[in-house]
Design a protein around this ligand. Structure first.
Ligand code: DX5
Ligand code: ZN
Length: 217
């Protein structure tokens, strides 16, 4: 069953608690939290304070996507703020295996992310250790960008590696996911669809989530 993880990057930050209740009621299964530091990506967004503030407003797992340099330095803070899944970029982690173990040692699920131009080859050594593989379908930094089609074969590649090796991670895609592209991702093997503008730019978030789920295969 496909899961929808709305990205709160496109939510109204002045009423974040209500926004999160709204997506929970509408059928979301994760709350996707985009953390940007102005170094790894050009934009600055939110930190552990916001994760801590939204935690009491939802029963959904908080899926924290770190787009930051030096993630090791902040993993403990995000875990104690209430993150349930913490994902780090391969491109930001020279000691990726160590970083994944650090996340797990905090008692939270560990995810690994690759940018559109990074080959799947780069994360093969940690696929047995992770709970989530996140494939960026835009270059990270901003919501509302156009889906990059050339990532689709990578979704298929990760799904076959999982099948061949009996790995247990979920496959998540992030960026430019809307009605047409959602279908493409699900067909290629994605389990979790991150959607920012496709959910929060619509008045009725439940309807927006259901429209994405209609892509289910
Ligand atoms: C991109 C972020 C995404 C983004 C998705 O840097 O990681 O989660 O907010 O937004 P949409 O769905 O609008 O492309
Ligand atoms: Zn994200």
């Amino acid at each position: 069953m496909t899961k929808i993880a709305p990205s709160i990057l496109s939510a109204d930050f002045a009423k974040l608690g209500e926004e999160i209740k709204d997506i929970e009621k509408g059928g979301a299964e994760y709350v996707h939290v985009d953390v940007m530091d102005g170094h790894f990506v050009p934009n600055i967004t939110i930190g552990p304070l916001i994760v801590d503030a939204i935690k009491p407003h939802t029963n959904l797992p908080l899926d924290v996507h770190l787009m930051i340099e030096n993630p090791d330095q902040y993993i403990a803070q995000f875990a104690s703020a209430g993150a349930d899944i913490i994902s780090v970029h391969q491109e930001a982690c020279p000691h990726l295996h160590r970083t994944i173990q650090l996340i797990k040692s905090e008692g939270v699920k560990a995810g690994v992310v690759i940018n559109p131009a990074t080959p799947v080859e780069m994360i093969k050594p940690v696929l047995a250790d992770v709970d989530l593989v996140l494939l960026m379908t835009v270059n990270p930094g901003f919501g509302g960008q156009k889906f990059i089609e050339s990532v689709v074969p990578k979704i298929k590649e990760v799904a076959s590696l999982r099948g061949e090796n009996g790995y247990h991670f979920e496959i998540e895609v992030d960026g430019g996911v809307k009605e047409g592209t959602a279908n493409t991702c699900v067909e290629a093997g994605a389990d979790v669809l991150v959607a920012g503008s496709a959910v929060f730019n619509k008045e009725d978030r439940g309807e927006a989530i259901q429209a994405l789920l209609a892509s289910r295969v």
